[in-house]
Design a protein around this ligand. Structure first.
Ligand code: CAA
Length: 379
């Protein structure tokens, strides 16, 4: 296993690191306060070609490998996990389902717009009664002539309201359970489609999380992805890679927490010396650094498998499980290192703590990752 970045990957890392510092860092605090979607940042990312990193050039993408894309999510998330998740959802589950399961006409129609950043993508799987048990979804799609009529609602949809297209999962044959689910490309101005309530969240402010509603929504039959009944497989297989994106996002948060904790440990003096000189703090930093490193190895190992076109579902779940746990632990420890200041908004560690929590929840909770991993072990 080669975990050394290629020259191209190193260039991506430097470019995104510089961009994040120059363009995103100055607005991170304000974005957290106002919960405003960072449209200007997304437009600038589009100009840099970041909205279609692993998409082939023939569809207006950057034509780079999956690992380069993961590097970008990692670097963005060190500065803003919000921007990291917007890009991750847009690419992994908003665009890739069309690339992998769309016909040539669908690819030509949608992917260049998504990859260039003209369109933003979203993914509609979760419902009020179907979260971890995604296969029990109830949104219905009934074929009527050259359209499908969709009824139902989806919740917690990242990028909703800002997205131009949604990959939506609905049952075309409820008797078949998860084998009766189909996937559709739904455009934002589809008659009968609307964006509902926007959630007020603990963290990830600036990233839209909304309900989407289908009230006799009229979706052209040509927007069915693949064939009827393979929707659940489309969702699951794209979530495999999506989870590597969330692992990279978690890694970015954990790295930022570590960086803040180290800087503060050197600067803050108590009992006549820097607090980092106290073993109680120094050992905390050592544990954080070790877990960050392990998260990095798991995340880039999973990314490398995906880059090589090999199965990566279990490794993706392991990376997401470990890196999201590490993000949460690192943020808690970084607050502890900062003492009372860590509990205030004067330092960014409290935001990292609020942003980290959802990494253990979305794109499959930690418990779901353990189900995926143990199923692989036990069959
Ligand atoms: N790739 C391809 N196919 C897969 C698959 C995968 N990774 N995992 C399962 N399948 C297929 C199975 O082969 C099976 O196919 P057959 O019916 O032909 O045999 C079918 O799907 C059903 O498989 P299971 O019986 O294993 O499915 P299950 O109902 O027990 O569920 C689960 C499995 C892993 C728990 C799944 O429901 C799951 O991942 N749940 C979590 C949902 C989730 O991650 N939601 C995230 C929402 S999106 C989001 O959060 C984005 C965001 O906003 C940030």
């Amino acid at each position: 296993m080669n975990l050394t970045f290629t020259e191209e990957q190193k260039m991506m890392q430097k470019m995104v690191r510089d961009f994040a510092q120059k363009e995103i860092a100055p607005i991170t605090e304000k974005m957290d306060e106002t919960d405003q979607f960072p449209r200007d940042i997304i437009n600038k990312m589009a100009e840099l070609g970041l909205m279609g990193i692993p998409i082939p050039e023939e569809y207006s993408g950057a034509g780079m490998d999956f690992t380069s894309y993961i590097i970008a999510i990692n670097e963005l998330s060190r500065v803003s996990a919000t921007v990291g998740v917007i890009l991750s959802v847009h690419t992994s589950v908003g665009t890739n389902p069309i690339l992998y399961f769309g016909n040539e006409e669908q690819k030509r129609k949608y992917i260049p717009k998504l990859a260039s950043g003209e369109y933003l993508g979203a993914f509609g799987l979760t419902e009020p009664g179907a979260g971890s048990d995604a296969g029990s979804l109830r949104t219905r799609a009934v074929k009527q002539g050259d359209h499908y009529i969709l009824n139902g609602s989806k919740i917690f949809i990242t990028n909703a309201g800002e997205a131009d297209i949604y990959i939506v999962f609905a049952s075309t044959d409820p008797e078949k359970g998860s084998r009766g689910i189909s996937a559709f490309i739904v455009e934002k101005d589809t008659p009968g489609f609307s964006v509902g309530k926007k959630e007020k969240k603990m963290g990830m402010n600036g990233s839209n999380t909304c309900e989407i509603v289908f009230d006799n929504a009229k979706v052209p039959a040509e927007n069915l992805l693949g064939e009827e009944g393979i929707g659940f497989k489309i969702a699951m297989s794209n979530l495999d890679a999506g989870r590597i994106g969330i692992a990279a996002q978690s890694l970015g948060i954990a790295e930022a927490a570590l960086q803040q904790a180290v800087a503060y440990s050197k600067e803050r003096k108590q009992f006549g010396k820097a607090i980092g000189a106290q073993q109680g703090i120094a050992f905390k930093l050592a544990d954080m650094a070790t877990e960050v490193e392990a998260s990095k190895l798991l995340t880039y190992r999973a990314a490398n498998l995906k880059t090589l076109g090999q199965p990566c579902g279990t490794e993706a779940s392991m990376a997401k499980l470990f890196a999201s746990t590490t993000a949460m632990k690192s943020a808690i420890e970084a607050i502890q290192v900062h003492g009372g200041y860590g509990y205030t908004k004067e330092y960014p560690v409290e935001r990292l703590f609020r942003d980290a929590k959802v990494c253990e929840i979305y794109e499959g909770t930690s418990e779901i990752q353990r189900m995926v991993i143990s199923k692989d072990l036990l069959g």
